[in-house]
Design a protein around this ligand. Structure first.
Ligand code: 13P
Length: 251
């Protein structure tokens, strides 16, 4: 059985004081982490505050990005080794904003996945097509290509632990959610791709989130789909009430 995982991706929002206040406002009302994992992925500058505030609670903590080397002359980058030392459980990689604005390639993302696994941090691997690709009905081909490239040389064991986030770019921050059927169709395609690349067991274990304008009113319908195991949520994760409504969607 796959444990659902609802994650906030704060993007470039919040400071350490706001982070501490947010966690204080949610930490006693979170679901049991074996029922639903509740996770916040925050900017690197807030992670110390996030980890301290979340200590002893059901809140899982994560980063939004990491470099693929642990240390060296890489000015401005974030070490996966230090993220592990700080207690990070997860790290988002390959978000479409990083691919678009910071020119991250599939090869970079593959190296990041390996570096995170080496440091015992679970990657949340993002994929998703542009509006142009969707209008040309090339979404499946595009996303399958992203998945194959990102998983190169990863073991079945590693992929069993992985979280994949399907986020169609045209649904991010636009208020235009993919329909639950569109989201399910692509999450199913991703699971079938994992089965083709590895085996049935790995495909059954990998958790697949949908992301793109998820909010408290549509989360239940999305989570009811058999291949959707969670959500990666931007805007609706920034306020404690809304985050609590998302993670407690089963109540
Ligand atoms: P929104 O929930 O704001 O559409 O953002 C989705 C996203 O990019 C999460 O990673």
């Amino acid at each position: 059985m796959r444990t659902p995982i609802i994650a906030g991706n704060w993007k470039l929002h919040m400071n350490p004081a706001q982070t501490t206040e947010f966690v204080a406002g949610v930490k006693d009302q979170l679901p049991d982490s074996n029922k639903v994992e509740a996770l916040i992925c925050a900017p690197a500058v807030d992670l110390d505050a996030l980890a301290s505030a979340a200590k002893g609670s059901n809140l899982k903590v994560g980063a939004e990005n990491a470099y693929f080397e642990d240390e060296g002359a890489f000015t401005g980058e974030t070490s996966p080794k230090v993220l592990a030392e700080m207690g990070m459980d997860y790290c988002v990689i390959g978000h479409s904003e990083r691919r678009e604005y910071f020119h991250e390639t599939d090869a970079d993302i593959n190296k990041k996945a390996k570096a995170l696994f080496a440091n015992h941090i679970t990657p949340i691997l993002c994929c998703g097509e542009s509006l142009e690709k969707r209008e040309a009905n090339q979404q499946a081909e595009w996303v399958v290509g992203q998945i194959k490239a990102a998983l190169k040389e990863l073991s079945a064991d590693q992929v069993s632990q992985l979280v994949i986030a399907y986020e169609p770019i045209w649904a991010i921050g636009t208020g235009k959610t993919a329909s639950s059927d569109q989201a399910e169709e692509m999450c199913k395609t991703i699971r079938e791709t994992v089965k083709d690349l590895y085996n049935e067991e790995t495909a059954e274990n990998v958790r697949i989130q949908y992301g793109g304008s998820v909010n408290p009113s549509n989360v239940k319908e999305l989570m009811a789909k058999p291949n959707i195991d969670g959500g990666l949520v931007g805007g609706a994760s920034l306020k404690p009430d809304s985050f609590l409504a998302l993670v407690n969607y089963q109540d």
